[in-house]
Design a binder for this molecule. Structure first.
Ligand SMILES: Cc1cc2nc3c(=O)[nH]c(=O)nc-3n(C[C@H](O)[C@H](O)[C@H](O)COP(=O)(O)O)c2cc1C
Length: 399
């Protein structure tokens, strides 16, 4: 789909793409993307904690021309934002993984492919042109784990991300209410819902039903019938520090541990060889009692910020949120749902539009704040009201 610049101008914010995407994606797939867990308090907490953080601009700095290119793990990126791993992105919009990988290659930002993707690492690796990262769920069968790591390496992925925050599949009440099952239950309601979304339906018919393509080779026909239970049991629940050590030995490139909220976990992960710590509460999807990820970042930065790279996600919806995370100590930031809004709304051009919105918004925020370099952001002062209410200020981090 070719999308003109004039058409893109009609969507000046990520929220506009979200609205359009909701009108194009069937209800059960939309609920899968949007939901949190439980009463969705963690989801709300992420947003509230980010928006609570204000920053005091500095003026009299002459012409401010922000430079936002960033080096991470030996690679140059156009800006400090990437695409977080989204399992079954191909269910939300057919072919998402390939379009996102291609977009990441052209926009020079990282794209992290999920273990439970609807595309193979072999295809995504070549499309992402070195900007591909591979996210690994801790497979119980070590032969599967080691094969996935070998495939990631052979397919040109530059960074391995081990996700720690899924000790068990979470309860997704909204998903259940929407009737989403794997494999799908094709009742009347299912057909009614997809027929009301013709563009999605046509795209799905063209590509075929989304499948766990990276994992299919490890699953027997018997297990295939109960895919979701199989993957739930096969991919988690056994992670410990020895496991991290084994992954470290099997992968000789940069290794990141994702889903860390506590400074002690961060410290141990770094001690055992992690090159990066990805502070995240899984976008509020795993544990409803989890703190907002941004509220955890400062303490993790105090503990390991000088020994490792700090990555952050959960609730990032614009350039200002990138600035907020960098101010708390992050080196690099990721977003999950926003890129899926873009791709579902307008295909690959929509995903690129999301990247462009982040790009322009980050530059604008830095100009408003008087920052030419990303490293200038750390020295900014927080708004006075935030100093009184932020939990970050109770520690000696000073926020
Ligand atoms: C639909 C969906 C599927 C996800 N699947 C994975 C996954 O397979 N692996 C993983 O590590 N994180 C997964 N996540 C979490 C994201 O990588 C990321 O942490 C989260 O989306 C960040 O929050 P945001 O959506 O508010 O940006 C998923 C998130 C969503 C919304």
């Amino acid at each position: 789909m070719r999308t003109s610049a004039r058409r893109l101008d009609r969507y000046p914010a990520i929220g506009d793409l979200q609205e359009l995407a909701q009108r194009r994606v069937p209800y059960f797939a939309w609920e899968y993307l949007e939901c949190g867990t439980g009463r969705e308090e963690a989801l709300a907490r992420n947003e509230a904690a980010l928006s609570r953080r204000s920053l005091v601009p500095r003026f009299f700095r002459g012409e401010v021309v922000p430079r936002i290119e960033t080096e991470l793990f030996g690679r140059d990126y156009a800006m400090p934002i990437g695409v977080a791993p989204i399992g079954m992105a191909g269910l939300v919009w057919p072919g998402s993984e390939a379009m996102l990988a291609n977009m990441a290659g052209s926009r020079a930002i990282p794209f992290c492919l999920s273990t439970v993707a609807a595309e193979t690492p072999e295809i995504v690796g070549s499309l992402a042109r070195g900007n591909g990262w591979f996210q690994l769920y801790p497979a119980r069968r070590k032969a599967i784990r080691d094969d996935l790591i070998a495939r990631a390496r052979d397919s040109g992925f530059s960074v391995l991300v081990l996700t720690a925050d899924v000790p068990a599949p979470s309860v997704r009440e909204r998903q259940k209410r929407a009737g989403l099952t794997v494999p799908p239950r094709k009742d009347l309601l299912f057909w009614w819902r997809i027929l009301r979304r013709p563009a999605w339906t046509v795209a799905t018919l063209r590509r075929g039903e989304p499948r766990f393509l990276a994992l299919e080779k490890y699953v027997t026909t018997e297990e295939m019938r109960e895919q979701s239970r199989f993957f739930g049991e096969a991919l988690g629940g056994s992670l410990d520090w020895d496991y991290l050590g084994e992954v470290r030995r099997a992968w000789d490139g940069p290794l990141v541990v994702k889903g860390i909220l506590g400074p002690e976990d961060a410290r141990q992960a770094v001690e055992r060889g992690a090159d990066g710590i990805w502070v995240s509460n899984h976008g509020g999807r795993q544990f409803d009692g989890a703190p907002a990820a941004i509220d955890c970042l400062g303490r993790v930065a105090d503990t390991v910020g000088d020994k490792t790279k700090l990555l952050f996600d959960s609730g990032v919806r614009g350039g200002l949120d990138i600035v907020r995370a960098l101010h708390e100590g992050a080196n690099f930031v990721f977003a999950g749902r926003p890129f899926l809004y873009g791709v579902s709304a307008l295909g690959e051009a929509g995903a690129a539009h999301v990247a462009d919105l982040f790009f322009a918004d980050l530059k604008n925020a830095m100009t408003q704040l008087g920052c030419c370099e990303l490293t200038d952001i750390a020295a900014l002062d927080r708004g006075p009201a935030d100093y009184r209410i932020s939990p970050g200020n109770q520690s000696d981090s000073g926020g």
